[in-house]
Design a protein around this ligand. Structure first.
Ligand SMILES: *Cc1c(COP(=O)(O)O)cnc(C)c1O
Length: 405
């Protein structure tokens, strides 16, 4: 038998690489949108593991899929294919524009695959000169060295020596700036439809349309990074469905596995053909356990009642947050789409998003930041009315305490 002993936060500092600063409490279990720590304290979860736990914690369909697959087969590697991976790939082609799927273990790896495909396609079709990547300031695409370089935040990408080259950043939503740098040397534009980590910043429809047209004109590919916006988060299975713009490549992860690590790059057949045998790969990508869970998640999330429920829940949040703002006057704007919501702190509270998050944690509510000025909410897509009301009641109490000091 494994002896379980109780750990505390101090052990983190003793044994972990200090690139995170986790809360003091250590969660022990979760159910729906509630979490309990080792002491039995209860938390309402409006963070959802950063837009991952789309069906809440330990949803029965995920538990069932994991249990069943865990008794059948765990791992093979890509020397063989497997039924859960093929079924999931087929489903992803049915719920999107895509004809081909490449599985990864994370969002960063899905973007890494997307960027490598774009570069490889351009080299194959137009020659080695066409390798420029255009991305946007305040964008976020993951933490591998290539993806963090493409993301537009130097705080994350500097200090690691020479970066992958020929990546250009322009301001988000600035179509003129984009048109100025775009040329026949551009192989791809990569963008979020709604910048998430960067502060819950929606894209402007004219900008999106313009980006698509510039790609067409310059023979460049359009990559939508839907790692955070995908899998029902904005009320459609992918957010691009609401824009009228179809990308050439789409990256997806986070909510795809509902808490089990998985990501995928989706694309069309003619592009996928450039990733010939041996050009790219992953030991775990397409792992049967991950794919079995993700298949159950995709089945559940793509139900019309779940997708329609996202809009309803967005309204509960918006109304609740507006009401609190009338009382406490802390937010200049509530923005975002579906259950990817940002409460933007006004001038009096500027730079204090982290204070709100930490005060919330002390009072049994889990929320996130998106930059230093935005409090972010990315709860489960099936969070109940009762859980939302309880969480907002706690937020009321938390904000009252914050304004009183
Ligand atoms: C979280 C995120 C990523 C990175 O995903 P990981 O699974 O952490 O590698 C990439 N792009 C966007 C838009 C994200 O929100």
């Amino acid at each position: 038998m494994i002896t379980e002993y109780k750990v505390n936060r101090k052990l983190f500092d003793e044994v972990m690489v200090p690139c995170y600063a986790p809360m003091t409490m250590i969660p022990d279990k979760g159910k729906g949108s509630r979490i309990w720590d080792q002491e039995g304290n209860e938390y309402i979860d409006f963070a959802g593991g950063i837009a991952v736990s789309c069906l809440g914690h330990c949803h029965p369909v995920m538990v069932k899929a994991l249990k069943e697959q865990s008794k059948k087969l765990w791992h093979l590697s890509n020397v063989m294919t497997n039924a859960p991976a093929l079924r999931l790939a087929k489903k992803l082609t049915e719920v999107s524009f895509a004809e081909r799927v490449f599985f990864t273990n994370s969002g960063a790896e899905a973007n890494e695959a997307a960027l490598k495909l774009a570069r490889r396609w351009a080299v194959d079709v137009y020659g080695p000169e066409k390798n420029e990547i255009i991305a946007f300031t305040q964008g976020f695409h993951g933490r591998t060295f290539f993806t963090v370089t493409v993301g537009g935040q130097e705080a994350y990408s500097d200090g690691f020596g020479p970066k992958p080259g020929n990546v250009i950043h322009v301001p988000y939503n600035d179509l003129d700036a984009l048109a100025t740098v775009m040329s026949d040397k551009t192989c791809t534009i990569i963008m979020e439809i709604l910048q998430s980590e960067g502060g819950i910043i929606p894209s402007n429809p004219v900008f999106l349309q313009g980006a698509r047209e510039l790609c067409n004109k310059n023979n460049a590919l359009l990559i939508f990074d839907e790692v955070q916006t995908g899998n029902g988060r904005t009320g459609t299975f992918y957010a691009y469905e609401q824009t009228g713009i179809v990308p050439d490549i789409l990256s997806t992860a986070k909510s795809l596995g509902g808490g089990f690590p998985i990501g995928a790059m989706l694309t069309r057949g003619a592009l996928a053909a450039h990733m010939k045998v041996g050009t790219h790969g992953s030991t775990y990508g397409g792992n049967p356990l991950a794919c079995a869970v993700a298949e159950a998640v995709v089945d559940e999330v793509s139900k019309p009642e779940v997708l329609m429920g996202v809009k309803e829940r967005e309204n509960w949040f918006r109304e609740g947050l507006e009401t609190l703002n009338v009382k406490y006057n802390m937010f200049s704007e509530i923005r975002g789409q579906g259950l990817l919501i940002g409460a933007v702190l006004n001038d009096a509270w500027k730079g204090r998003a982290r204070d709100v998050v930490s005060a919330a944690g002390d009072e049994g509510l889990l929320v996130l930041v998106a930059g230093i000025d935005v409090v972010r909410f990315t709860p489960s897509l099936v969070i109940t009315r009762e859980e939302v009301e309880e969480g907002l009641a706690r937020l009321d109490h938390i904000l009252a305490k914050l304004v009183s000091v």
